[in-house]
Design a protein around this ligand. Structure first.
Ligand code: GAR
Length: 202
């Protein structure tokens, strides 16, 4: 049976679009059961609507505390049968409360070669530091910020005249390959977490 995933977003949703494109092309054997956004205006919601995918909005300001906010997101995901949670441009840190409801079943894409440049403006941090290569990382989420076991990474060069935006554009091209690839490995049952390491069955 096709595995169901829930995608959690905050904004533009180009990574969501890439997942949908890969599914349409027959390259990714999953169904997006629900899209959850913490912003009503997120463009990702329009992308979901176009595909007839159910969506739910849970705004932090409508919740009395972080626990309620996270519980409502988790409830939305579970009520639609999501077996894997994919954070695709979700700009908040989730607490252990949420993470314990989906053990090793939350994936995040981060626009840097972790463990370098965690948190916000990762591409700008890379330009400012002067690194010669950058990239993206797909990892399972643990209780730290961008610290969980790494599933895969993709590398791009950093050019002398790069800005945060030009580097972000180059990394995004790789993000759009990396996230569907990682989800596919999960859907095929090829990922095993052993401590910090994710083993990929060939
Ligand atoms: C992507 O670059 C993603 O890696 C980043 O936000 C962007 C979302 O784009 N995520 C983070 O920085 C998480 N800390 P999208 O909405 O077009 O997919």
């Amino acid at each position: 049976m096709t595995k169901k995933i829930g995608v959690v977003v905050s904004g533009r949703g180009s990574n969501l679009q890439s997942i949908l494109n890969h599914i349409d092309a027959g390259e990714l054997p999953v169904e997006v059961a629900v899209v959850v956004s913490d912003h009503q205006e997120a463009f990702a919601l329009q992308r979901a609507a176009k595909y007839g995918i159910p969506s739910e909005v849970v705004e932090r300001k409508d919740c009395k505390d972080k626990a309620e906010f996270e519980d409502r997101i988790a409830d939305a995901l579970l009520s639609h049968g999501a077996e894997l949670v994919v954070l695709a441009g979700f700009m908040r840190i989730l607490s252990g409360n949420f993470i314990s409801r989906f053990p090793h079943r939350i994936m995040n894409i981060h626009p840097a070669l972790l463990p370098s440049f965690t948190g916000l403006h990762a591409q700008g941090q890379a330009v400012a530091y002067g690194v010669k290569v950058a990239g993206c990382t797909v990892h399972f989420v643990d209780e730290g910020t961008d610290t969980g076991p790494i599933i895969l990474q993709k590398v791009v060069p950093v050019l002398d005249d790069d800005t945060e935006d030009s580097l972000a554009d180059r990394i995004l091209v790789e993000e759009h390959k990396a996230l569907p690839e990682a989800i596919k490995l999960w859907a095929e049952g090829r990922l095993t977490v052993e401590g910090r390491k994710v083993r990929v069955a060939r």
